[in-house]
Design a protein around this ligand. Structure first.
Ligand SMILES: [Zn+2]
Ligand SMILES: [Zn+2]
Length: 308
């Protein structure tokens, strides 16, 4: 497996060290880094200059011990090292894109992509804990026993229910990851109590003993399975409350976010029938935005008028 770095990530990472934010970087070395970097501006060819910057940044990235946590923690995941062709590391671009993802191309080559917030690089031990958690996600995605599928098949759910089901999937997966890391003697990204509380909130529609039993079996399992998660996230009981479409959720018919849902009481049977001939999987509980409701009603009235 090859470890590759995005050039923006490398540059930002060494500048974080040069700013003194990561402990243990000697100030004499920081001065040397700036001197070496200044010299590169004299290279006239832009491609050559960029390549020189990249190599300089990579040298200091290694010198300042930033690569060590990555290679150390990767050693703990033989499956990831064997199965991935490349692991590419970049910095996050937004708030919600941190973490590890897996890409498989048509030739079946697997690439891991790890997006890191720069602040993760400040504290070595916390960085290692985080990497271990993310590499376990990658491990599961690559492990045939887990049976990972990139798309969650959730037929018959409306968009609010799908979102809730995806959140539940993340919750269950993170429980099994931090449970395994704890059992192996590592520090999890979230502790047992935090996960237990989140699980109890997510499955509050179950009786307490069942909550505790299921949570503990997730926390203790050594071989989690995608199929088991799927069965748990699609439990219709907790999804019923997601039936009432949330303000700003997408209308299942026109797919536009809406804050104006049609009053379910206004959906008379003729209209429901009309919608289901065009959207066979749609159910009245999925909701319909006010504009779609009006459009269907206009057509209904027009048809009634021409029939008369
Ligand atoms: Zn996670
Ligand atoms: Zn609509």
């Amino acid at each position: 497996m090859q470890l590759r770095y995005d050039e923006d990530f490398l540059e930002a990472a060494v500048f974080l060290c040069a700013s003194g934010r990561r402990p243990g970087v000697p100030s004499l070395q920081i001065a040397r880094f700036h001197r070496e970097r200044e010299k590169l501006y004299s290279i006239l060819d832009p491609d050559e200059r960029n390549a020189a910057f990249f190599n300089l940044h990579l040298d200091w990235f290694r010198e300042w011990g930033l690569e060590q946590p990555l290679t150390d923690v990767l050693k703990e995941s033989p499956l990831v090292r064997e199965q991935l062709g490349v692991l590419a590391v970049r910095k996050t671009t937004g708030k919600n894109d941190e973490g590890a993802e897996l890409y498989v191309n048509e030739a079946g080559q697997r690439t891991g992509l790890l997006a890191l917030r720069l602040e993760r690089l400040i504290h070595d031990a916390a960085l290692r804990d985080y990497l271990r958690h993310e590499f376990t996600h990658l491990h599961d995605m690559l492990d045939p026993a887990f049976g990972y599928l990139p798309e969650l098949e959730l037929p018959g759910l409306n968009s609010a229910q799908k979102r809730l089901a995806r959140e539940r999937y993340r919750l269950l997966w993170d429980i099994t990851i931090d449970g395994r890391l704890t059992a192996a003697g590592f520090t999890p990204t979230q502790a047992y109590e935090q996960h237990a509380a989140a699980f109890a909130r997510g499955y509050s529609f179950w009786p307490q003993p069942r909550q505790a039993q299921t949570f503990n079996s997730l926390w203790r399992t050594q071989v989690p399975r995608h199929a088991d998660f799927l069965a748990l996230i699609t439990d219709p009981r907790g999804l019923r409350e997601a039936h009432r479409p949330a303000p700003g959720a997408s209308c299942p018919l026109c797919d536009f976010p809406t804050f104006q849902w049609a009053d379910p009481g206004l959906l008379e049977s003729g209209l429901v029938q009309r919608i289901t001939t065009e959207f066979p999987n749609w159910l009245p509980g999925h909701g319909v935005c006010h504009r779609c409701w009006e459009a269907y009603q206009v057509r209904e009235l027009a048809d009634c008028a021409s029939a008369a």
